[in-house]
Design a protein around this ligand. Sequence first.
Ligand code: NAD
Length: 260
Amino acid sequence: MFLKGKKGLIIGLANKHSIAYGIAKVASENGAELGFTYLNDSLKKRVEPIANELGSSVVIPLDVTNSEDMDSLKDRVESEMGKIDFIVHSIAFAPKRALSGSTVDTLQEDFLTAMDVSVYSLIGITQKLLPIMNENGSILTLSYFGAEKFVPKYNVMGIAKAALEATVRYMAVDLGDKGIRVNALSAGPIKTLAASGIEDFRNLLKWNEKHSPLGRNVTVEDVGGSAAYLLSDLSRGVTGEVHYVDSGYNIIGMPKEATY
Ligand code: NAD
């Protein structure tokens, strides 16, 4: 129960396949009190019962591209939860056409959408919620290995994740004197709604399963375990870091059985 007494907002729950679900589950099992946001009315129907199952009745609308949602976020969270200790930012989006073909064909409007929803939103949400965050708070976002190295079809999202990881480092310095920590978890590939937008995602899953030391892909609960640690005081000396939960494939330079 190392999150007992901590309250946090989970942004990015769509269904039980969501990484946000694994994080929320492990956080609530360890005593955290949670609130959730949902993107639109059709997702509200899915998010509400999951929130209830995890002991929460707090479900707040949030489309980060909608200025009314953003402007009302602080008041809604404060009126339902009071002050909070952590924020989980588990959202990303790029139009499907940008996640197939080549990066050089990326349209400017798709680039800007990907950067806005997947990167700026971390800054925008933090601006809004900072006044109601307790000291020793923790902000956590989700990244992927495609931020660092080429991954087929990840394209503009790889660029966005690189920017997101840099944002984590800059925000960590900005918020250090407030005692608020900012970190990213770089998760291995998991079949979720967002991942289904990436062309040939199945190949990624297969490659990673085959080339990871643990010989398997990670689950949302695996990510949840590391997230719960980063949200808690157990990680009080950790900020500005990108933490891997990917069963180890990022350490492989060349697969040991590779022959050409
Ligand atoms: P998901 O589809 O379950 O979650 C993505 C969430 O983003 C959804 O809840 C969706 O409603 C939300 N979202 C999209 N546009 C939004 C907007 N305008 N405003 C507010 N919310 C919006 O998929 P997921 O895989 O759990 O994705 C969560 C995070 O994990 C993303 O940042 C993703 O890039 C990252 N990630 C995923 C994988 C993977 O393989 N699935 C691996 C590493 C990192």
